[in-house]
Design a protein around this ligand. Structure first.
Ligand SMILES: C[S@@+](CC[C@H](N)C(=O)[O-])C[C@H]1O[C@@H](n2cnc3c(N)ncnc32)[C@H](O)[C@@H]1O
Length: 237
């Protein structure tokens, strides 16, 4: 997958929004960028400092980065983070996008790379895509328990939002079509959903969720599942 293709990263000041396992920070550092890497979780920082020793790591919330000055980065890179910024849905994502706009320099660029599981034509109503069914079940159970969950924002929706915020140009390209979902990934999600179902108090709901989960997992065993795509969205300030 060719991310950030054609961009001149060397010597540029870049915000890696959402450090996670530090893959993007390391990638940018190896290209000679001066990286500031932010994540709401501080627990990986020690490890990340060893992996990307030239970069600066900050524990902070992307939706409120008041500790960063306006227009201080040539690029803001957001690698698989939009789909994790889910707790308060639209509001939450919009606040982060506004912050990205504020901290990126004039003529600078925001690059969002993410996974979009819901291709437009698969989206409306019921569908027979097992990955989507599982995703929706996971979201439903999580929402019932008041927990956050993964999001379904399409790049087209994000582009619209970025234009409203003030970005002048936006463009999305597909980096990888139909990412296959291996059975192990289904099993990982199955475990999470099972655990969450365990916290649901109403017995009839528990049973309904369990039945749906079993139905999905039975079908998974016998089919190869492909899901949506990975996109790269570039927005110029
Ligand atoms: C899938 S990981 C990111 C992967 C990483 N960018 C990489 O390239 O390896 C998503 C990250 O977003 C972080 N995150 C979610 N919401 C956040 C927020 N409001 N502020 C900062 N980080 C957040 C999570 O803690 C998690 O580490």
């Amino acid at each position: 997958m060719e991310k950030l293709k054609g961009l001149d990263l060397e010597g540029k000041k870049i915000l890696d929004a959402g450090t996670g396992g530090c893959n993007m920070t390391k990638f940018l550092e190896d290209w000679g960028a001066e990286v500031v890497s932010i994540d709401i979780r501080g627990d990986w920082q020690k490890e990340c400092r060893e992996i990307a020793s030239q970069s600066e790591f900050i524990t902070g919330d992307l939706t409120n980065m008041s500790f960063l000055k306006d227009e201080s980065f040539e690029y803001v890179v957001c690698n698989f983070v939009i789909s994790a910024l889910s707790q308060n849905k639209n509001l939450f994502i919009t606040s982060a996008l506004r912050e990205f706009y504020r901290v990126v320099k004039k003529q600078g660029m925001l690059v969002i790379i993410d996974y979009y599981p819901f291709e437009a034509e698969l989206c409306p109503g019921p569908c027979d895509n097992l990955q989507i069914e599982l995703w929706r079940l996971e979201n439903t159970v999580s929402e019932m328990l008041g927990k956050g969950h993964l999001e379904e924002f399409s790049p087209a929706v994000i582009e619209k939002e970025l234009k409203c915020i003030g970005f002048s140009e936006t463009d999305t390209s597909i980096l990888m079509e139909e990412v296959p979902w291996p059975i192990d990934l289904f099993k990982e999600h199955e475990e999470t959903i099972k655990q969450n179902i365990g916290y649901v108090e109403e017995e009839y709901l528990k049973n309904a969720f369990r039945k749906k989960l079993n139905d999905i997992m039975d079908k998974v065993e016998e089919s190869v599942v492909k899901s949506g795509s990975i996109y790269e969205l570039r927005a110029q300030k």
